[in-house]
Write a protein that binds this ligand. Sequence first.
Ligand code: PMV
Length: 324
Amino acid sequence: MKATAKAHTNIALIKYWGKRDESLILPMNNSLSLTLDAFYTETTVTFNRELEEDKFYLDNEIILGDQYTKVSKFLDLIRNYADSPLFAEVHSTNAVPTAAGFASSASGFAALAAAATRALDLNLDNQTLSRLTRQGSGSACRSIYGGFVEWEKGVEDDGSDSYAVPITPQDHWDVRVAAVVLSSDMKKVSSRVGMKRTVETSPFYSGWVDSIPSDLMQIKTAIQNRDFEKMGKIAEANCQKMHATTLGANPPFTYWHDTTLTVMQTVQALREKGILAYFTIDAGPNVKVLYQPENEEIVHQTLRKIPGVSNVILSRSGQGVTYQ
Ligand code: PMV
């Protein structure tokens, strides 16, 4: 009735942007990510006959409101799957404070799904676990696996063929990622709201979807060949293309802050000096920078010095879900 699991977050190199089914969380396009070792969530789930409702604690604080509802609804799915009426107490800790501005939904839902299904003795294979996790948060389905992972959008209406698959062993390639945390806050459009608005109103959206198969094919070849420059170029361009769709939405919006742009330009300037580094950005102002191990020092020092940057956290490729 009790289990503990740990899951790492992931950064998408080919972004998931837009749903074809909002309630099942089915994406419009395949996406591809790298799991990161520096950011993770550890979650213990205990199902208990005595409980009259679920309880959710994050970093030892009880959570109520929207965040609680999301967790409890996700537990409903698992209860349904296991045919169990029991409520649960959930204790999660995030390795990097949520306040650092990194959404932890990917590691959060992956750890929750793994711990809850294990606590109910479901013993799911990773494919089934990924499919289930997807319904908590889309990008979380990729965090079941380590290394480079592709989320196959699937074609079925019931979501049965929409799950993540690892495309390399975790130790395939030592690519590093610097997570650049900006000091200023910006009013946030959630990924859910941002995607919906973009799909429904942006004239650029169809161009985004049409361009994915070619980006995916090329980046997968680059990853297999450990071709850093090619992988970085495709990832950086794919990120900018995704963010361009938001500027075409009605009303238009952007996740970028002025410092976001400064970081992007700094990364491009590093390349002009012969240091290969590439950026990518999710649904927020922070930037992740891809680099090779030999450039760690220069990349780290350069990013730290940018005014408006509060922290730079270095990460390697991380592993998939583990249990204690
Ligand atoms: O899974 P969500 O709802 O957190 O959406 C993630 C969307 C992006 O981070 C922008 C892209 C991605 O593939 O992770």
